[in-house]
Ligand binder design. Structure first.
Ligand code: NAP
Ligand code: X1H
Length: 377
């Protein structure tokens, strides 16, 4: 395999100018591919993003891998990215998609010291909504195979793991509230808090999601369509909650602040209810927040995964181990319950984003990119 990788590496070096090269089994890597690109900045994903065909397949540099994506992860913040909120100075067109999972189909010479053609890798890197993505070998994570479960760990799992470890100060017997608990990242916050021997309350929007939360060990699922979250918390948890993993924002954020116990911690993981405001930018409602926190010596702490990338590899390795040992549920939602069926192909990313914002998903939304028929890989 290593010899073949070297031969392939040489092929890239020799033929790169011709923009036509062969994979190690002799089948052609196409010269052109499809990818999604932000062509106009907007938090309306369909308005912002265009499916482009006939884009050149990128060439890996010396330390890079060329990955053929088999699964790509959909994240709530794809619409913050399409709105240009990550870097307002970047002008469209720009690539989109935070994470992918697939096979190495080509690699540069120094990358071949640690990776080989045919190997399965997962990665966190901009531009994943494409058939092929160039990934620096230094950030690629080897995985046992291309199961979509592994993709759930890159953004969703790592966010829960790192934020709770860095900021949650979880201890046995504490009470933890997780909002959007049956979603991509919420499912991991629930399980990690249970592993820390905490009592876990989780909010979600349906009976089926409550049943899923029960299977994760969640002690008190709350269907916010059937029960008023604030009332349940006041009635059943009069002493308050010690930690909140909060990602919904708006009224839910206020309910969570009011529910904090003395010395409680509220981790602001996101505020999905505000991402699509017609006014564009939607700041957290900070109304009477400072006074409320001061009265309890409670803290509100922001968390953005990109600021903790130095912890990312360790987090994913730890979660991968739990997952392969069968000690972590990595629920994937491939859209099988959507009326139009499974999310297959880049064109279905649009439908997958709508599905998330309708609150339909249980677990992490993943889009499958079926292998193209001409490839032998
Ligand atoms: P997800 O939880 O898989 O899906 C979002 C869930 O939020 C939906 O299933 C739905 O759950 C609820 N929801 C959807 N639209 C809503 C709306 N308009 N108002 C209120 N609730 C709504 O998504 P995710 O990608 O894992 O992200 C979840 C949250 O974590 C987001 O706020 C995201 O920005 C945040 N996040 C932050 C970081 C970071 O670095 N800080 C990293 C990853 C994710 P129910 O219907 O069951 O309530
Ligand atoms: C440099 O640090 C950041 C942090 C957050 C740059 C951009 C953002 C951002 O766009 C985000 C974001 C990113 C990830 C995530 O999971 C949730 C959120 S919420 C958000 C944001 C939304 C609306 C705004 O007006 C500002 C930020």
């Amino acid at each position: 395999m290593r010899r073949l990788a070297r031969a392939w590496t040489r092929a890239i070096v020799d033929l790169s100018y011709a923009r036509h090269f062969l994979d190690f089994q002799g089948s052609a890597i196409p010269r052109a591919m499809q990818k999604l690109q932000v062509t106009r900045r907007s938090p309306d994903f369909r308005e912002a993003v265009t499916l482009r065909s006939h884009c050149p397949v990128p060439l890996p540099g010396d330390g890079d891998l060329l990955v053929r994506n088999r699964f790509v992860g959909v994240n709530a913040s794809d619409i913050n990215y399409s709105a240009g909120r990550y870097d307002p100075s970047v002008q469209p067109p720009f690539d989109i998609g935070f994470e992918g999972l697939g096979e190495v189909v080509a690699l540069g010479l120094s990358a071949s010291a640690s990776f080989a053609v045919g190997q399965s890798v997962a990665y966190l890197s901009p531009g994943a909504f494409a058939e092929y993505t160039v990934v620096p070998a230094s950030t690629a994570i080897p995985v046992p195979d291309v199961r979509p479960e592994f993709l759930t760990l890159l953004v969703s799992g790592a966010t829960a793991y790192i934020s709770l470890q860095e900021l949650g100060q979880l201890a046995e017997g504490q009470t933890v509230l997780v909002t959007a608990a049956a979603g991509g990242t919420g499912q991991f916050a629930v399980q990690l808090a249970k592993r820390a021997k905490c009592h876990v309350i989780g909010t979600c929007s349906s009976k089926d999601k409550c049943a899923f939360l029960k299977t994760l060990g969640c002690d008190r699922p709350i269907n916010h369509r059937a029960e008023t979250v604030g009332d349940v918390l006041k009635r059943e948890y009069p002493a308050g909650v010690d930690v909140v993993y909060e990602s919904v924002g708006g009224a839910m954020f206020d309910v969570a602040v009011d529910a904090l116990a003395p010395r409680g911690r509220l981790l602001v993981i996101g505020f999905i209810s505000g991402y699509q405001s017609p006014l564009g930018l939607a700041p957290v409602n900070a109304g009477a927040l400072p006074a409320k926190l001061l009265r309890k010596s409670a803290g509100v702490q922001g968390f953005f995964l990109n600021h903790y990338l130095s912890r990312h590899r360790e987090a994913v390795d730890h979660l991968l181990q739990l997952c392969t040992q069968g000690n972590l549920v990595c629920q994937v939602d491939l859209g099988d319950k959507d009326p139009e069926g499974r999310f297959r192909g880049l064109e279905s990313v649009f439908r997958a984003v709508d599905y998330m914002y309708k609150g339909k998903n249980t677990g992490k939304i993943v889009v499958e990119l079926p292998p193209c028929v001409s490839s032998k890989l």
